[in-house]
Design a protein around this ligand. Sequence first.
Ligand code: C2E
Ligand code: CA
Ligand code: CA
Ligand code: CA
Length: 279
Amino acid sequence: VKTAGRHGYRFFTPEMHARAQRNLQLVNALRQALDREQFHVYYQPQADIHTGQVIGAEALLRWRHPEFGMVSPAEFIPVAEDSGLILPIGEWVLQTAVRQAKSWLEQGLGPLTMAVNLSAVQFGHPALPELVSRILAEEGLPPEYLELELTEGVSMQNPEAAIAVMNNLHQRGVRMSIDDFGTGYSSLSYLKKFKVYKLKIDQSFVRDITTDSEDKAIVSAVISLANSLGLRTIAEGVETLEQQAFLREQGCQEIQGYLFGKPMPSEQFEVFLRQRVVD
Ligand code: C2E
Ligand code: CA
Ligand code: CA
Ligand code: CA
């Protein structure tokens, strides 16, 4: 209720009260969301930038609340992280996405890698590597089909611990990519020590890539850095053919974005895949 200020106190303002109230409401609603089956996983295609072939999907969580409507993950993921609810929710996403990947593999709609976002709380949990292996075994998916997306912040908070967890997951055959690359504070020297498979170029750099010379420079530097370290690159938020052409010229291997396909429910993703298999 009180922090900082002259005597170490600051008054709790009405706006803060409203925000805290909304937060509390959100936490309570989140707590029930799993049981009430309000969560859904959407899948967004990831494609080979040269052939246009779909080579993977990113699993993106959706929450449909009966009163609030569709709540953006940008709003509820931080709340889930602070409340610890991200652990059961994240486990559900992982299991759902892995099961889906297995189903597509069995239907011959692949090979597709399934990228799943991991929050720092999940990554820092000691049972994570065991959990990942257990889910892969339960669903019968070979580990090389799973890719875990981590943000730079996750790995930089405690680099030594992150290296140990990544080594562990790597030994289990799971791939890791760095999400939103370029927005955090990566130390490039750590990139060498991390068992990273792919860099995901943040959409904030991609947006003005065809007009902004600084964004151009950053993106081409990231791609050449990745290439010289033997890492793959994927650009996210690709919306235009011009952006795609520039990225291809620079040596980026994969794209994800509205140009290619929006995040969609699994049934729609399957239709999308089957249409593309024909030609
Ligand atoms: P992210 O991992 O960076 O995901 C990419 C976001 O960009 C997604 O937003 C996606 O819908 C959006 N996007 C994709 N293509 C385009 C495009 O061409 N243009 C534009 N403007 N946007 C595009 P979304 O689904 O709202 O997710 C927001 C963030 O929430 C994600 O950012 C991720 O950090 C987090 N998130 C989503 N699902 C999960 C999850 O299951 N677990 C965790 N820990 N975080 C998640
Ligand atoms: Ca992501
Ligand atoms: Ca991202
Ligand atoms: Ca992002």
